[in-house]
Design a protein around this ligand. Structure first.
Ligand code: GLU
Length: 477
């Protein structure tokens, strides 16, 4: 059975690149009627962040990429917190000691620091110098008896090429002289990522390891561990690193990496998934917009291009707007917008105004700017009216008094009747340019030079408020 896993370290916010991996984990598991597991790799206690796990699950739920087994759901291979599995790793690291594939290292921090400094000075890569690799059994025993603190290191075989087979990159060979004798078990008895992940991937019967490209350089160590344990290597797939349009790595400094930011802005989870789904993969019919179900049906890991896909936020915004305009139903859009609305606007008014603003909405949080004009307390800036009209105060006043009368006597108050009122009135003002005429009325009634379509906006605002605004400007002139 196909079994994928997402194995985050709870060290902070949820990175958008992680969601890329999760999407692939989810799709591969679902497509093959397999299982998708979330395992929490919390063995690095220094980097542990208490609410990171809760945030992760919140993001998983928001995207609708629910797992089958995890630290919150339990499952066949529980526990799913690595910190609760320490005895397992100790057992397996002992097996490596016994088989001669790992060794005790008693080097002090001072010695290791000095070694690193020397390596830096002479321009050598930072690697353990194998000082403890050949200690005799007696020396090791004596040190252990004396309770000298130790770590356990991987004994990387000398002079071989380690073959890593990445599903989309093919075979990559790593000369073992460049692979560090990695610490597997730390002096506090906690495993490092390398040991814990491999042991768990095996024990949890993971068939596809899908993880960020940044782990590719570590993969020779993992291949060695699989060989040393005599286990079958799962499929290895490194998710291409997301890039900015200038091809640099997507980072906090240049782009937005925190899923929370996308949520706050009002991106739709469906649109984000669609967007990242087509980053390194092309729909067989070249479709740009597709649902998660469709992606699950059609996606194949082998079809992903390993070249770093560009995460173009402008395109994501466009796609998000498309979901808002064309894919969400009116009711769905209403419910979603409500969650972002901070203005005091009634449900009834909101429902009326959504069709007017949805053309202009790229992200849901924009609703608060776009609907400012509905707030009854909105003041009209006379200077802005003058600027837009390009007429004298007297001329503006004359127009507004006529407008007031035309609207006052409008008993119907429909978009059509309002349009008729305003267009008929224009006939009496032939010396006003069309743009200046309509702009003046727009600013006087809505307070803003940019709003949804004019007659519709006036209708939604309601007769009373519109007349109050016109009156307030007349009084200021
Ligand atoms: N715990 C690792 C991380 O935080 C997981 C890498 C993997 O998926 O193997 O990225």
């Amino acid at each position: 059975m196909v079994h994928t896993r997402f194995a985050p370290s709870p060290t902070g916010f949820v990175h958008i690149g992680s969601i890329y991996s999760v999407l692939l984990d989810f799709a591969v598991a679902r497509k093959n009627h397999g299982k998708f597991t979330i395992r929490i790799e919390d063995t690095d206690r220094n980097r542990y962040v208490a609410d990171a796990e809760a945030k992760l699950y919140e993001a998983i739920d928001w995207f609708g990429l629910q797992e089958d087994e995890s630290s919150r759901k339990g499952g066949k291979f529980a526990p799913y917190h690595q910190s609760e599995r320490l005895a397992v790793y100790q057992e397996y690291v002992q097996k490596l000691i016994t088989s001669g594939n790992a060794y005790y290292c008693f080097c002090t921090t001072e010695r290791l620091d000095q070694m690193r400094k020397d390596q830096q000075k002479s321009g050598k890569p930072p690697m353990y110098d194998k000082h403890c690799r050949n200690l005799s059994a007696e020396e090791v025993k004596a040190n252990l008896d004396k309770k000298i603190p130790y770590v356990i290191r991987l004994k990387v075989p000398e002079n071989i090429d380690i073959e890593v087979n990445d599903l989309i990159r093919g075979k990559i060979f790593f000369p073992s002289k460049d692979v560090d004798d990695q610490v597997l078990l730390k002096s506090d008895g906690f495993p490092t990522y390398h040991l814990a992940a491999i042991v768990d991937d095996h024990l949890m019967e993971i068939t596809h390891i899908i993880r960020g490209e940044e782990w590719l350089p570590s993969s020779p160590k993992h291949v060695l561990l699989y060989q040393m344990f005599g286990w079958q290597m799962p499929v290895l797939f490194h998710t291409p690193t997301l890039r900015n349009p200038d091809k640099t790595k997507l980072s906090k400094r240049k782009g937005h990496t925190n899923v929370g930011w996308y949520q706050d802005q009002g991106f739709l989870p469906e649109a984000i998934l669609n967007f990242i789904g087509q980053l390194g993969w092309t729909h067989p019919e070249g479709k740009e917009i597709f649902s998660l179900e469709e992606f699950v049906q059609l996606f194949k890991l082998e079809d992903v291009s390993p070249a770093g896909p560009v995460f173009d936020e402008t395109k994501l915004r466009w796609m998000n707007g498309k979901y808002i305009r064309e894919i969400l139903s009116e009711d769905e859009l209403f419910e979603r917008i409500k969650k972002y609305l901070t203005l005091a606007i009634s449900d009834q008014q909101l429902k009326k105004v959504i069709p007017l603003i949805k053309e202009r909405l790229e992200v849901l949080s924009q609703v608060n700017d776009l609907l400012q004009f509905l707030l009854p307390e909105q003041q009209i800036d006379v200077e802005l009216v003058k600027k837009q009209s390009k007429k004298t105060e007297e001329e503006i006043k004359k127009l507004l008094i006529d407008l007031q009368e035309a609207l006052q006597t409008d008993e119907e108050w429909t978009v059509q009747s309002i349009e008729l009122d305003i267009r008929n009135l224009k006939a009496s003002y032939p010396d006003w340019g069309g743009r200046n005429y309509f702009m003046t009325i727009r600013v006087v009634t809505t307070a803003f030079p940019v709003t949804p379509p004019l007659f519709e906006s006036i209708e939604v605002l309601g007769k009373e408020l519109v007349l109050k605004r016109v009156e307030s400007v007349i009084n200021k002139l």
